[in-house]
Write a protein that binds this ligand. Structure first.
Ligand SMILES: Cc1cc2nc3c(=O)[nH]c(=O)nc-3n(C[C@H](O)[C@H](O)[C@H](O)COP(=O)(O)O)c2cc1C
Length: 259
């Protein structure tokens, strides 16, 4: 089993320590091949906001760097660990840039065979915001599941019993993540299906071939499908999602100015 940890901290501090503990615990279950990708050492240039990746396709990104190599490493793994300390109630700038550079995956997800693990640390506040944010990123990118570990790592020494409790939380999260990694059957949730039918419906609105060309080309062959790939889909959930997709399409049509 292969796991890739994307390290969002600009140094080897608390988040690295917790991730190492997590790695140790995970390796108790299986011969896990655990790799670290330090964003601070990666050649990942800053997103310039051209919208090319989303609009016309990721191959049109003008920045030439390690993006595709990072993507390949993620796709070659069974699990991806997103790690970030809380910096001003948010993920670090490194993590945010990494997410922006891969933002097109939110429109055209592809991590269907991977499980996501989220590890965040904080001095005291902001774990909830960061975890919720990283969860929505992983879920829109197509990850099968999310497991979350948020740890408070204050800048003072902790009593032994509190440290022990934190170790237990790390061990529990590793166990939970391993369980999800080992699961072979999976079926899309209602929100997975809504993402699919909503993006497909948007891409089908008349003018979208000009604005969201990449989405249009991506979703066109999926017109008579129930999801991004062949998988067992609950028909009731699909019908609800498809109905919502239709509503989104209609309301979008009403807002677009015809030239
Ligand atoms: C620039 C900066 C901003 C921070 N912002 C917050 C914050 O908003 N809330 C908080 O509770 N802790 C905050 N902290 C503390 C860190 O979240 C905490 O120490 C974390 O464990 C650091 O992880 P690291 O060693 O991997 O950088 C901040 C630390 C730094 C350096």
């Amino acid at each position: 089993m292969k796991v890739l940890a994307i390290m969002g901290s600009p140094h080897k501090g608390n988040t690295y320590k917790i991730t190492q503990q997590f790695e140790e615990n995970l390796k108790k279950y299986d011969n896990v091949d655990f790799n670290y990708l330090f964003l601070r050492e990666s050649n990942l240039k800053r997103c310039i906001g051209c919208f090319n990746c989303i609009g016309i396709g990721e191959e049109h990104c003008p920045l030439k760097d390690d993006r595709d190599n990072i993507l390949k490493q993620m796709l070659d793994s069974n699990g991806v660990v997103f790690t970030s300390p809380v910096y001003m109630f948010n993920v670090t700038a490194l993590m945010k840039n990494f997410i922006d550079r891969l933002a097109y995956n939110g429109h055209r997800p592809q991590f269907f065979k991977q499980d996501a693990m989220i590890i965040s640390t904080t001095g005291g506040m902001g774990l909830k915001q960061v975890n919720e944010y990283l969860k929505s990123v992983a879920s829109t990118w197509g990850f099968r599941s999310n497991t979350v570990l948020g740890v408070i790592t204050p800048p003072f020494k902790l009593k032994d019993k509190i440290i022990k409790k934190k170790h237990k939380e790390v061990a529990k999260a590793a166990k939970e993540f391993y369980k999800k990694l080992s699961k072979s059957n999976w079926s899309p949730s209602l929100s997975n299906l809504i993402q699919f039918t909503a993006f497909r419906a948007i891409a089908d609105v008349e003018c979208m071939v000009d604005v969201l060309t990449a989405d249009y080309n991506f979703y066109k062959p999926l017109n008579d499908k129930k999801f991004y790939f062949d998988v067992k889909v609950n028909p009731i959930k699909y019908n609800i999602a498809n109905l919502l997709g239709g509503l989104i399409k209609n309301s979008l049509r009403k807002t677009i100015k015809k030239e």
